[in-house]
Design a protein around this ligand. Structure first.
Ligand code: SDX
Length: 392
């Protein structure tokens, strides 16, 4: 249309929507879901309460929460045929690829969840994905560990059922460890939403074409996989392990992180919005100490992480660029203590982020947002005539 196009790489200064779901203040390190401080929710709420809060805007009362979970339990079966798709993957397949594929495959077995237009149809699709996604995540883990698939136990809470589906060994009793249950509940709450991050924006833009909730979530999973986004939690542990193998010389890696010619980045550090401490990192760091001490685990990687953090907070390069630990810096240490393999960490992030993606998708659809279609600044060739191949 010839209007002035403002180029904003990475949308650093572009607001893509109006949203009432999550509030961030990057300078003050504030994070609130529907007005509630993350610190209070992490301490007092269940993950399912927070999921309800994000999606519908209010904390549920007991009746509402009971019905919500009842509806979810009724949808928690995954079609047996889906196992054939899971079987098709090699054991070495990265769980994020498995889970994003299976989430898309769910569409074929739940065709009514595609063209959802009414709030009631949206609710049904939302319940289905909340119910089935944890099963797919557990299947991805069981595939790696060689354990038979487990269908869970609806007498357990949403989070405890995840633990059972993931960790109950065949023909062994399974006890829920309250320390593990409370740590996972807190971690999932802390990951539940984060306004217009890369994966939430992906869910919104895919959903804006009315491609359906499952397809939008699957796209969000793929966006989250990247090491600059949710994949950082796996990259942090790989980095810390590498430093440990290399003699624990954190100063050497701090120098590498500052060397422009060295592609090495201090994974788990820095954030597009937080220019102060990521409030989630503070809570997770404390929880890591609590979980490891109550499980009686000594993890040298935690000490390396703390050493790096201390050095970075005193280093001018990091201070100038306001680089602080983010949500991914300590979370992997807890996942590890819970017995979750490293390449499943980002799947755990996706499990936590699911209600946030759903809430962003629902808000976008209810607001009847137009299809997302940004413009560009063209820098290519001016007009030129075709040249026959014999003359090229
Ligand atoms: C998540 O958006 C969200 O909210 C995401 C998330 C969520 O909940 O959804 O919070 C989850 O993704 C957390 C971030 C996880 N990613 C990492 O930990 C990867 C390491 N971090 C960086 O790649 C980076 O900090 C980002 C991706 C997080 C932010 O990138 P930006 O905002 O585009 O910043 P940038 O890359 O332009 O960096 C600014 C400066 C640069 O130096 P100069 O060119 O100005 O000299 O800071 C430097 C960068 O080189 N820098 C780092 C660094 N991060 C930024 N230098 C060393 N190590 C780092 N980690």
């Amino acid at each position: 249309t010839g209007g002035l196009i403002t180029l904003d790489r990475g949308f650093k200064n572009t607001g893509s929507c109006e949203s009432a779901i999550t509030f961030l203040d990057g300078e003050k390190g504030i994070l609130r879901y529907r007005g509630y401080a993350i610190e209070e929710l992490a301490e007092n709420a269940s993950f399912l309460e927070v999921a309800y809060l994000l999606i519908f805007g209010e904390l549920p009362n007991e009746t509402q929460l009971e019905k919500f979970y009842k509806d979810i339990k009724e949808e928690s079966h995954v079609d047996e045929e889906m196992k054939k798709i899971l079987d098709g993957f090699p054991k070495s397949a990265h769980p994020m690829g498995v889970v994003s594929s299976l989430t898309n495959a769910l569409i074929a077995f739940n065709p009514s969840s595609v063209n959802v237009e009414s709030e009631e149809e949206m609710y049904k699709a939302i319940i289905k994905i909340l119910a089935k996604f944890p099963v797919l995540c557990a299947w991805a883990l069981r595939k790696r560990t060689g354990q038979p698939l487990d269908y869970g136990d609806s007498s357990l809470s949403y989070v405890d059922n995840v633990l059972k589906m993931m960790f109950k060994k065949a023909n062994e009793d399974f006890e829920i460890d309250p320390v593990v249950s409370s740590a996972l509940n807190k971690l999932l709450i802390l990951h539940a939403d984060h306004e217009q991050n890369c994966s939430a924006s992906t869910v919104r833009i895919v959903g804006s074409s009315h491609a359906g909730l499952f397809a939008s979530i699957s796209a969000g999973i793929s966006a989250l996989w990247g090491p600059l986004h949710g994949g950082a939690n796996q990259a942090v542990i790989d980095m810390l392990e590498g430093i440990k193998e290399d003699g624990g010389d954190t100063k050497k890696y701090m120098a590498k992180a500052k060397d422009k010619n060295d592609p090495f980045r201090l994974m788990g550090f820095g954030h597009r919005v937080y220019k102060n401490f990521d409030p989630r990192a503070k809570i997770i760091k404390k929880s890591a100490d609590d979980v490891l001490s109550s499980l009686g685990i000594e993890d040298p990687v935690l000490d390396i992480a703390k050493g790096l953090e201390k050095e970075a907070l005193e280093d001018q390069y990091f201070v100038d660029r306001k680089l602080y630990p983010n949500v991914d810096f300590y979370s992997g240490i807890i996942y590890r203590a819970l017995g979750i393999p490293t390449d499943m960490f980002t799947v755990m992030f996706a499990l936590g982020r699911l209600p946030g993606w759903i809430s962003q998708w629902r808000e976008m659809r209810l607001q009847k947002e137009p299809i997302g279609r940004p413009r560009q600044v063209y820098t290519g060739e001016t007009h030129r005539a075709f040249v026959d191949i014999t003359k090229r």
